[in-house]
Design a protein around this ligand. Sequence first.
Ligand code: TYM
Length: 380
Amino acid sequence: MSETSTASTTPASAGGTGLRPRILSGMQPTDGSLHLGNYIGALRQWVQLQDNFDALYFVADLHSLTVNPDPALIRERTRRTAAQYLAAGVDPAQSILFVQSHVPAHAELGWLLQCQTGFGEASRMTQFKDKSAKAGNDGATVGLFAYPMLMAADILVYDSALVPVGEDQRQHLELTRNIAERLNSRFGDGTAVVPDAHIVKAGAKIQDLQDPAKKMSKSSSGGKGVVWLLEDPKKAAKAIKSAVTDADEDYGVRYDPEAKPGISNLLTIFSAVTGRDVDSIAAEYDGRGYGYLKVDLADAVVEWLAPFQQRAHTFLDDPARLDAVLTDGAQRAAALAEPVLQRIYDRFGLLSPATRLHAVSAAVAATATTATNASPAGRG
Ligand code: TYM
């Protein structure tokens, strides 16, 4: 699995135009805002990679259903997530930006992949083990268990060559590769493209500011050690100034994640929001104490957040424009996914892809007519 952007796969049909390899990633709309870990571990890479790859970025709304979110919140959070992709620099003229549930091929391939995954290997997913242990037997849904196979479908349905994610998704990517290899050995070479993970060395695991032993996430410290991208920047500054640093003797500022996880985490964040090199930041603060570093980092984060939030709000204040971007993205994504799904259906031995295609296009045409005549209650 690659640690950098050099994809080692030789995809049968990956590459969108056939000229550039295809890259794909997504995030769950589980909160009202993404956090700094999502940005540094993944989103920042998405923006950089879109120049050299055919990129597809989506809001993983179906994934968020595994924990039974309040229906009133999902639509808003889906738009908020998409607006943050755009604010970070995902360019819809360059990349395909869409919502997972708008492209039914994801869920369809998900079922096929569930039928190709062992109960034992799905049970070994650490995120499933952690989340189901917390939720208890009745609280944990079958969807939570099936989630990695849906994620594999998200990736395989586009013949993706590369998947930029944070460290916590590594195991899911390994499962995806195993499933792809299995499909090729059971149904013939070229059934699936085996994707590579793109996991950066620095920033793939941003730690919680209150507990540098844990990754930054809503559940890590009850949210106290998290910087939310859409929160009041004053709160973000406060969270940084009260970050727990390392209880060592030397108060040295250097990048050493083993010996100094707290300071190294702050240096990584500092570097991400300023574009400066970690070592030059460390050299500037070494010997001056942690307090100076935290105060300046708080300022740097606020300075970064302000324009980010402004950009996000220009999209949130104009939902029609945002929805138009997502609709266009879904159409472009579906056009790429459908032939891949057809190929895999065919390899599995399902009857007559041509009949299916005909049925799908008839249904789409009928839905479009209904939608122009009446808009369903509660949508919008
Ligand atoms: P999600 O929504 O939990 O997280 C979105 C992305 O952010 C990364 N990330 C982090 N990176 C660094 N430090 C952190 N503290 C941190 N927390 C989260 C995650 O690794 C991820 O890249 N299953 C995925 C969404 C998904 C997906 C996919 C991704 C669904 N289908 C297909 C890639 C390809 C998830 O729940 O990510």
